[in-house]
Design a protein around this ligand. Structure first.
Ligand SMILES: NC(=O)c1ccc[n+]([C@@H]2O[C@H](COP(=O)([O-])OP(=O)(O)OC[C@H]3O[C@@H](n4cnc5c(N)ncnc54)[C@H](OP(=O)(O)O)[C@@H]3O)[C@@H](O)[C@H]2O)c1
Length: 287
């Protein structure tokens, strides 16, 4: 029986990236649907549920993508609400690469280390990747600070994380470079830069002087990079006495995690791969 992945997203054109990655993970056929509206989900999911019964169900899975993460979250909920009993297929959520990127970022930082009691700052942590990375770092035992250019936005995200994930993060405002030293001086050990493409969050004089800072990771691959002086290929490279992970090193791990997650979908018909379960899979991958 062929392994079929049903790709659903709200963007008008279904992601080429996600489809190629699915084939590279060993999927036989991707059925890609772009421009999916919430009211169309039920029928699409019925097509997956009612074609291959029993053991055969594991050969069909659903992938939720798209660049607009909140809309994708609504699609994900609708997909799960459509299933009943054992009549279901496995589902993976990775809208805008948010889950696989956050899992790869945190796995790079945590691999071979005990993060309990460390203070981690997620810079520009209000986007989909930053939010997920903050939760995963907290679950690794870190005290997590999450920054935004506006304190209200950081507070709103911290409240959302507490209410939805039971995780406490400390909101901080970093409206420009002048605010960074004050936050780093609170004893920050780990800085994870999750800003939008081309947004520089840390300048070299500031991070090199921050005495408590041990590890810096940056997922922004677009110049200027999130961290001045980092190289995208840095993969645990020591510079100025700090350990650095750049966007390509993290991105390479992200690709491995993405493929491993798609492969796992076909092991059973009831897997739900969201950021936490994708992180558990990432932990089985060598960082
Ligand atoms: N390496 C990889 O494999 C990979 C994969 C996927 C994504 N990414 C990268 O991961 C990063 C995060 O993705 P995302 O989707 O979570 O990002 P995002 O939502 O586009 O941006 C994250 C946060 O950046 C802040 N921001 C936006 N413009 C800014 C500016 N000009 N200066 C300073 N801060 C700014 C915003 O926070 P506030 O408004 O609250 O300040 C925003 O919430 C992006 O750089 C993306 O390209 C990398």
């Amino acid at each position: 029986m062929k392994k079929i992945l049903i790709h659903l997203e709200s963007d008008s054109q279904a992601s080429v990236f996600d489809q190629i990655t699915a084939y590279d993970a060993g999927v036989d056929q991707v059925l890609a649907y772009g421009g999916v509206r919430i009211e169309e989900v039920t029928n699409l999911v019925y097509g997956a549920m009612f074609t291959r019964g029993g053991e055969g169900l594991r050969n069909t899975a659903i992938f939720i993508g798209g660049t607009h993460v909140p809309t994708a979250e609504a699609l994900m909920k609708k997909v799960q609400d459509t299933f009943f009993g054992d009549v279901r297929v496995s589902v993976m959520f990775d809208a805008n690469g948010s889950n696989t990127t956050a899992a790869a970022l945190v796995h790079k930082i945590a691999f071979g280390r005990n993060l309990h009691g460390k203070k981690a700052l997620v810079l520009a942590g209000t986007g989909p990747v930053g939010i997920r990375a903050a939760i995963l770092l907290a679950r690794e035992g870190c005290e997590v600070y999450l920054s935004s250019r506006q304190i209200e936005r950081a507070r709103e995200v911290a409240k959302h994380i507490l209410e939805n994930n039971g995780v406490q993060v400390i909101p901080v405002e970093i409206s420009g470079a002048k605010d960074v030293p004050g936050v780093l001086n609170q004893g920050i050990n780990i800085a994870a830069c999750c800003g939008a493409p081309g947004a520089q969050m840390l300048d070299l004089p500031t991070w090199s002087k921050a005495s408590s800072l041990e590890i810096i990771a940056d997922i922004n691959a677009v110049n200027p990079l999130g961290v001045e002086g980092i190289k995208v290929t840095d993969n645990g490279k020591e510079r100025e006495g700090k350990i650095l992970y750049g966007a390509i090193a993290i991105g390479n791990l992200k690709m491995k995690v993405h493929r491993a997650s798609v492969q796992a979908l076909f092991e059973s018909n009831r897997l739900v791969l969201d950021f936490d379960s994708i992180y558990e899979l990432a932990k089985k991958t060598e960082a």
